[in-house]
Design a protein around this ligand. Structure first.
Ligand SMILES: C[S@@+](CC[C@H](N)C(=O)[O-])C[C@H]1O[C@@H](n2cnc3c(N)ncnc32)[C@H](O)[C@@H]1O
Length: 275
């Protein structure tokens, strides 16, 4: 049996909570919804090809002295030294994972009875923003924050839509998430003004636990009372254990988690403020 036959089987996890136990005002994502979303708007390249291209591009970049799994000031420099095409190949695995991880964590948590105000930290060229927008109710909007000007420009140029085809407006702010969260005007996000703070492919790769504490302090400040955060974790940056520890120190409890497939090195945790 070929790898491309084995991988989808390993990725077909069921959503974490049964639909019957979820309040009516929350998003329910069935396995069929997930498959539909991926077929309609997800990346079309298969995981084996993505992994092969990722490995080749990483190797070529490493030969040129570019190591992007880094922290601190080196992050900006590493991304600056790759072309947007190289970033696309490096990030393809992330883009593939986004369509599997994000809906699993929104399931049972995202309110669908009213629009949501969403922050997508380190949004890159908008791959995570796209997967988020798909599930949002009409009237919602997203503020993306991204360090690299070329990626921010690409993310700004995209028109984001939800699964009913409605436009979800997105404002991409070119800034570091470590310098305070921004609103759509580029000014400091107001306290309690956000329903969901989201990050994927960033905290688990690029942020030390000390930097993650800065992000958690901002999450605690900007989230509305019934808001929640979905933040990624991985050993290259802040591990799941470290993220849990930092989150607890800022008054959050881990209420869910998801991986794209069984052998994914990264995980995304769902955090809610402890009552
Ligand atoms: C692996 S990419 C993930 C992008 C996106 N979340 C996705 O799923 O496609 C990581 C991104 O984090 C951005 N980044 C790293 N450090 C950042 C910071 N301090 N503030 C804002 N963006 C940052 C990088 O420029 C890069 O675009």
């Amino acid at each position: 049996m070929s790898l491309s036959h084995v991988l989808p089987a390993l990725t077909s996890q069921v959503p974490p909570r049964e639909a019957g136990r979820i309040p009516r005002d929350r998003l329910v994502v069935s396995q069929a919804d997930l498959a539909c979303a991926i077929a309609a708007a997800g990346p079309t390249t298969g995981l084996p090809t993505i992994i092969k291209e990722h490995a080749l591009t990483s190797l070529m970049l490493a030969c040129a002295g570019v190591r992007y799994l880094c922290q601190g000031a080196a992050v900006r420099d590493a991304y600056r030294r790759m072309t947007t095409a190289e970033f696309g190949r490096i990030n393809a695995r992330q883009a593939w994972a986004n369509w599997r991880v994000i809906p699993r964590n929104l399931h049972g948590n995202l309110r669908i009875d009213r629009p949501s105000r969403v922050l997508d930290l380190c949004c890159g060229m908008g791959d995570s923003t796209r997967a988020l927008a798909w599930w949002l109710p009409a009237g919602s909007f997203i503020v993306g924050m991204e360090l690299d000007p070329r990626f921010a420009e690409a993310a700004s140029a995209f028109r984001y839509r939800n699964r009913d085809g409605e436009i979800i407006p997105a404002s991409i702010q070119r800034t570091s998430v470590l310098e305070g969260f921004r609103d759509c005007h580029g000014t400091r996000c107001a306290d309690g003004s956000v329903d969901l703070v989201h990050a994927i492919g960033s905290i688990g790769c690029h942020f030390t636990p000390e930097q993650t504490a800065v992000i958690l302090a901002e999450c605690a400040r900007v989230l509305a009372d019934d808001g929640f955060a979905m933040l990624d974790a991985g050993r290259a940056g802040t591990s799941p254990k470290e993220l849990t520890h930092v989150a607890q120190a800022h008054g959050f409890t881990v209420i869910g988690r998801a991986r794209s497939w069984r052998f994914d090195r990264y995980e995304q945790l769902v955090l809610r403020r402890t009552a």
